[in-house]
Structures are given as structure tokens and as C-alpha cells.
Design a binder for this molecule. Structure first.
Ligand code: NAG
Ligand code: NAG
Ligand code: NAG
Ligand code: NAG
Ligand code: NAG
Length: 391
């Protein structure tokens, strides 16, 4: 889509830097208005997701290849999972796990197949000059997440959304957050923490209290994000959500009427939330009007408007369409809309590596080296670095 020149001028003004020198030498990524900085200079947030690099028993060589494949596209920042919750420690089922739930007896695994494995992920990222956005639990059932807390602590079949409101569950999650975050509090390779992947009132299990609203989750975000700041004041904190709006003028559009329990603007206004996050999957969301591509461009622009209003950075931190959904053209248009429009940063779902033992996981959106999508990712890393003056 062609942007109006006024829109571009406003956008470029928005990404300039207020007083970067004031924060020189911290070693940690910081925010300055709608931009990110590192040691007083602009820091470009651009890269890929690799949820899998620390989860499935990849060797340190494979971790290194994962990050070097991303670095070869010009990536600076990778989003990954900092959770892996299990209720059985059978090694064949769980070669790596970070937390074991034996009913209410919950143990953080700091061993070689636990957080020591995540230490290797951090070292491999650092060796490739990559910083990590680490997400601390999952709305969905993959790798444990919220339902393991609820089921283990409150009993099977209890509502998913009790994760946000039950005091015992909240205490257990804070205990994990403290163990994980404090381990890396002085590690500059960490870009920042995210509270959860795609938090919603509803989850992978059908059970719901019927009482969860945007206020329920906003209150939880205030509590957990301010708690993280007490454990680790060095790193940025974001949410990790899909970016649903709760617009007063929207009644019959589930992406903007608050029905998932997320109010993007209210959450971005929380003082202990440093940056906003949103995702974009119009194919999965069945948003094809007027096309997946166009719907996505509007979604990006709407979040960029919120970025300006809040005067905080906002990241498009997951997106995908399949090859059959006009992938290359769509990615070109979305990257252009985000970068030329002044969105703070962009991270695609998801990185892929071709290992000699076989490829990393493919969910239909994986960007493997040597593919058309990989070349698009590479092309736009140069564009965003030019915009930010970081090339
Ligand atoms: C572990 O969780 C699964 C669901 O994820 C459940 O079916 C199973 O009963 C649980 N096992 C134990 C020992 O709690
Ligand atoms: C809790 O789990 C840990 C680790 O599995 C175990 O060593 C400990 O004995 C358990 N405590 C209770 C009270 O079951
Ligand atoms: C609804 O409100 C949002 C947020 O203020 C605004 O961006 C959007 O244009 C409005 N939509 C309509 C149809 O008025
Ligand atoms: C939001 O819109 C969806 C349709 O997209 C509808 O099913 C739902 O009932 C609406 N929810 C609210 C709270 O308005
Ligand atoms: C990696 O695997 C993908 C998917 O099979 C393939 O399309 C691509 O060509 C492979 N890349 C290389 C460099 O072998």
C-alpha cells in the first residue's frame, strides 16, 4: 500500500531520538520514546522467532547454527520460549524441561536438561551478536503453560482464566518468574521479558469461568510486570500478546471488541510495560476482507497509531501467511508498511535451519535459508537499519 507523504513524515519524526546520551553505557536495551536504544545509540529490533531452539534437546552446535542463520539475514533480535512445563519427567517425552509439576509440588529444573540448557541458548545467541526476547509462559497447551498451573494446582478441568485471578496460581507463576528472571538479571544478551505468549481469557481447554474480561488480564499484567521490575530492573518488559483492541466503537468484530480479554491500549499504558506487542495471522483468523495482505496492512497501521498515542515502542513480533496465500508479496507489503510507517520493530514467525540431521520444525510459516521468504527477510533488514541509522 502506498502511504501518504504526511503519514511518512510523521512516522519518521516519531522514530528520532530524544536524549540518547542520558542512557549511555548501560549495556542493556532501553526505550526512548517510540524507539529502542543501546548504550546511547539507536538499536534496531529486527529478526525472527525461534521458539524451539532451547526446548527439544538441540545441541550447542545446532543452537549456534540457528542463530547464525538468523544473523545472516541481518537479524538482531530473536524471540524464544523461556518455559517448558511438564507433569512427568520421562526423559523420552521431555529431553528438556524447565519446571516439573508433581501436583502442587512444583520444582524449577536448574540441571543440564533444565535452565543450564537455556544458559547454552543465551551463550549461542551472544556468540552471534543476537539479543533474546524471552516469553515466560504460554496461553496454549504447547510446552505446558497456563493450563499446567491451573490443572496441577486447582485440579483438572478448572477454568483456563483462573491463571489470571487465582492467588495460588499467581504465586506459583511468580515463583517461576523469579527463578528464571533472576538467573539472567545481569545478562545483556537478554533484550527483555514477556509475560506470556498470546494471553487470552480462553485457552486450549474449553473450561471458562465466564467472568474474565479485559480488566481481569490488565490487572494481572500490572501485577506481574511490576513484580518483574522488583526482581530485575535491568531489562525491558512486554506482554507477548496478539494485540486485540477493545474499541468503544466496535461491537461485532472480535479483533477489536475486547472479547478475547485483551485491551491493547490499556495494557500499553501500564507504567511497568515498556513496549507493546502484536501478532498478525489473517489466514488463521479468517480475515480476508479485502485481502489477507490489505487486512494486515490496516492492522499494522492501527497498532502504529497506538504506538504514537502511548509514545512507547510497539513490535510486530509474530506474523505469517502460507506460500499459497501470496506469501512473498504479502511479506513485502507488510514489512514496507511497518518500516516506512514508523513501527518500532518487526520479528517474523519463524526461523528455520536445515540441519544435517533434518530440518527444524515446520508449521507452514517456517523461513528456511535459501527460500524466497528468507531473501525477503534479508532485504528488509537493510531497509530498517537504514531507517534507524544502525547499518
Ligand atoms: C499431565 O497432563 C495431561 C494433560 O496435559 C493429563 O492428561 C495427565 O493426566 C497429567 N498427568 C498427571 C500425572 O497429572
Ligand atoms: C517435591 O518434589 C521434589 C522434586 O521432585 C522432591 O524432591 C520432594 O521430595 C517433593 N516434596 C514433597 C513434599 O513431595
Ligand atoms: C474506532 O475507534 C478506533 C480507535 O479510536 C479508530 O481507530 C477507528 O477508526 C474507529 N472506527 C470507526 C469505524 O469509527
Ligand atoms: C465481539 O464480536 C464477535 C464477532 O466477531 C462476537 O461473537 C462477540 O459476541 C462480540 N463480543 C462482544 C463483547 O461484543
Ligand atoms: C532448507 O529446507 C527447505 C525446506 O525443505 C528447503 O526449501 C530449502 O531449500 C533448504 N535450504 C537449503 C539451504 O538447503
Amino acid at each position: 500500500m502506498k502511504l501518504s507523504s504526511t503519514f511518512i513524515a510523521l512516522a519518521l519524526a516519531a522514530v528520532s531520538f530524544a536524549s540518547p546520551a542520558a542512557r549511555a553505557g548501560s549495556g542493556y536495551v532501553q526505550t526512548s520514546g517510540q524507539a529502542f536504544t543501546l548504550d546511547g545509540a539507536p538499536y534496531t529490533v529486527y529478526g525472527e522467532n525461534s521458539y524451539w531452539v532451547g526446548l527439544s534437546g538441540y545441541s550447542t552446535d545446532q543452537m549456534n547454527q540457528a542463530f547464525s542463520d538468523i544473523a545472516a539475514t541481518g537479524g538482531t533480535t530473536v524471540r524464544t520460549w523461556g518455559f517448558n512445563d511438564v507433569n512427568s519427567t520421562t526423559a523420552s517425552d521431555h529431553p528438556v524441561y524447565y519446571q516439573y509439576f508433581d501436583g502442587k509440588n512444583i520444582t524449577v529444573n536448574t540441571g543440564a536438561n533444565g535452565l543450564a540448557n537455556f544458559d547454552n541458548v543465551v551463550a549461542a545467541a551472544k556468540a552471534n551478536n543476537i539479543k533474546l526476547i524471552v516469553t515466560l509462559t504460554n496461553n496454549w497447551g504447547d510446552y505446558g503453560g497456563m493450563d499446567v498451573y491451573v490443572n496441577s494446582i486447582l485440579g483438572y478441568g478448572q477454568p483456563h482464566d483462573y491463571f489470571y485471578s487465582n492467588p495460588d496460581v499467581i504465586a506459583a507463576y511468580k515463583n517461576y518468574v523469579k527463578a528464571f528472571v533472576s538467573r539472567y538479571a545481569n545478562e545483556p544478551t537478554i533484550f527483555g521479558w514477556e509475560l506470556a505468549n498470546e494471553p487470552r481469557c480462553g485457552g486450549s481447554t474449553p473450561a471458562s469461568s465466564g467472568t474474565c474480561t479485559t480488566k481481569t488480564i490488565t490487572t494481572w499484567i500490572q501485577d506481574i510486570s511490576s513484580y518483574i521490575k522488583t526482581v530485575d530492573s535491568n531489562h525491558l518488559v512486554g506482554l507477548g500478546d496478539e494485540g486485540w483492541f477493545n474499541w468503544a466503537n466496535s461491537t461485532s468484530d472480535w479483533t477489536s471488541n475486547g472479547s478475547n480479554g485483551i485491551d491493547f491500549d490499556a495494557n500499553l499504558a501500564i507504567s511497568s510495560i515498556d513496549f507493546g506487542t502484536f501478532h498478525l495471522y489473517p489466514g488463521t483468523w479468517q480475515e480476508s476482507s479485502p485481502s489477507y495482505d490489505q487486512w494486515g496492512q490496516t492492522w499494522i497501521q492501527n497498532h502504529r497509531n497506538s504506538q504514537v498515542t502511548a509514545n512507547k515502542p510497539v513490535l510486530l513480533e509474530e506474523f505469517g501467511v502460507t506460500v499459497s496465500q501470496d506469501q512473498t508479496q504479502t511479506y513485502n507489503d507488510w514489512y514496507s508498511t511497518a518500516i516506512n510507517g514508523g513501527l518500532s520493530g518487526v520479528i517474523i514467525w519463524q526461523a528455520g535451519s536445515n540441519y544435517s540431521s533434518g530440518n527444524s520444525p515446520d508449521d507452514g510459516f517456517t523461513v528456511y535459508p535459501g527460500t524466497d521468504a528468507y531473501n525477503v527477510v534479508k532485504t528488509f533488514s537493510a531497509e530498517i537499519k537504514k531507517r534507524d541509522g544502525t547499518s
